[in-house]
Design a protein around this ligand. Structure first.
Ligand SMILES: O=C(O)CCC(=O)N[C@@H](CCC(=O)O)C(=O)O
Ligand SMILES: [Zn+2]
Length: 358
């Protein structure tokens, strides 16, 4: 059924259920709408840009921050989608005070509907222009994930640029929320994208700690991930945040995410964030040591399929075979992250990390 702006607004104000509407129209609403909602204390502007893309802005309150909360860049990573869907619903139903501009993104609605990481191509390898590069997929390839990645790039750019018209010296942040495919020794962790020599921000790590995240992976090279895009192009404090393990919708133990939810709520509502002063000994800090791309059809790991993220190995251990080439640990205690032998040729099949200092 074709959706009109009026119908879109009616449905949203009736149920607040932006996630269901997004899943009902994975290819696009074909319309956009702006309306206002009221709660006891304020009026909020709601700007529905497209399926999965919605901006909230307080009216009559000067904001100082532009916050992007994205989920479903991989469609089967449901816990963060459910967290964001609930925050969106509370905002639409006038149950949550809003202090700052917020853009919520459900990245890949079509892949949510098939409960898969992606439909044709991993969207989290398509940012910073990756959508228009060959990436081993054939020159000039166009698919829905590439188009969507471009739309997400443009949406984030406009969101941050519009914020700069509200006031100068604004704080920009982007938390790109994911879950890991396999279990992890450290259940929640964050990838801190490469900052090109700028210092890692301890205050941001304290914010992540308030979310219950005390394991941080420092990245030392540019990537085509969404969080690197926002960090590199707009100077946003941006992270890929991993919250537990992939589960079907409705099967997540949401009690594991109370700290994430309350801290994100405090962030957007302007409530005082109870941040502990940064203490390095509270954290497990790692740096990315090896990035292993699959280059052969014949690619396999030597460890068990259920080996958890952060499993470490002695120096000299063979972790994988890429064709005839053995991939070997170079440092005592090198640990595996995101092993995936099924990735397309040319894509990242494994990261290794080693303990680091900030
Ligand atoms: O568990 C896995 O294998 C993947 C989980 C996931 O989607 N991770 C992100 C990390 C992005 C980054 O390195 O910043 C991804 O692979 O896209
Ligand atoms: Zn993911």
């Amino acid at each position: 059924m074709k959706l009109t702006a009026q119908h879109l607004q009616q449905q949203l104000t009736h149920t607040g259920d932006f996630l269901s509407l997004t899943r009902q129209y994975p290819e696009g609403f074909g319309t956009s709408v702006t309306f206002q909602v009221k709660n006891l204390h304020q009026i909020i502007n709601v700007n529905v840009l497209e399926t999965g893309l919605i901006i909230f802005e307080p009216v009559s309150k000067t904001t100082t921050q532009d916050i992007v909360l994205s989920s479903a860049v991989h469609g089967n990573e449901t816990a963060p989608i459910e967290i964001c869907a609930d925050l969106i619903q509370q905002l639409i139903m006038g149950q949550l005070y809003l202090a700052e501009r917020v853009l919520f993104i459900f990245g890949n609605p079509a892949s949510m509907n098939i409960a898969e990481r992606f439909v044709e191509e991993n969207m989290n390898r398509l940012f910073s222009g990756g959508h228009s590069q060959d990436q081993g997929q054939g020159a000039g390839l166009i698919n829905k994930e590439r188009l969507r990645a471009k739309l997400l790039e443009d949406t984030v750019r406009e969101f941050f640029e519009q914020g700069s018209q509200v006031s100068q010296n604004r704080k920009r942040s982007h938390y790109d929320l994911h879950t890991a495919i396999r279990g992890s020794k450290n259940d929640k962790f964050a990838v801190y994208p490469f900052r090109h020599g700028k210092p890692w921000k301890k205050e941001q790590l304290s914010f992540l700690q308030a979310c219950g995240i005390e394991t941080i992976l420092l990245s030392h090279s540019p990537t085509t991930t969404f969080s690197y895009y926002s960090s590199n192009e707009f100077g946003a404090d941006a992270f890929t945040v991993e919250l537990g393990k992939v589960m079907p919708f409705g099967e997540n133990d949401m009690s594991k995410f109370t700290q994430v939810k309350s801290t994100l709520t405090a962030l957007i509502s302007g409530n005082k964030l109870e941040l502990k002063p940064f203490n390095e000994s509270d954290f497990y800090i790692y740096e990315i040591h090896q990035i292993i791309n699959r280059t052969h059809e014949n690619f396999s790991f030597t460890f068990a399929d259920d080996a958890e993220n952060f499993t470490d190995f002695p120096k000299g251990s063979v972790l994988a075979y890429d064709g005839d080439k053995a991939i070997v640990t170079e440092v005592e205690g090198e640990a595996i992250i995101f092993p995936n032998a099924e990735v397309a040729i040319g894509q990242r099949a494994l990261l290794t990390v080693i303990p680091a200092k900030i």
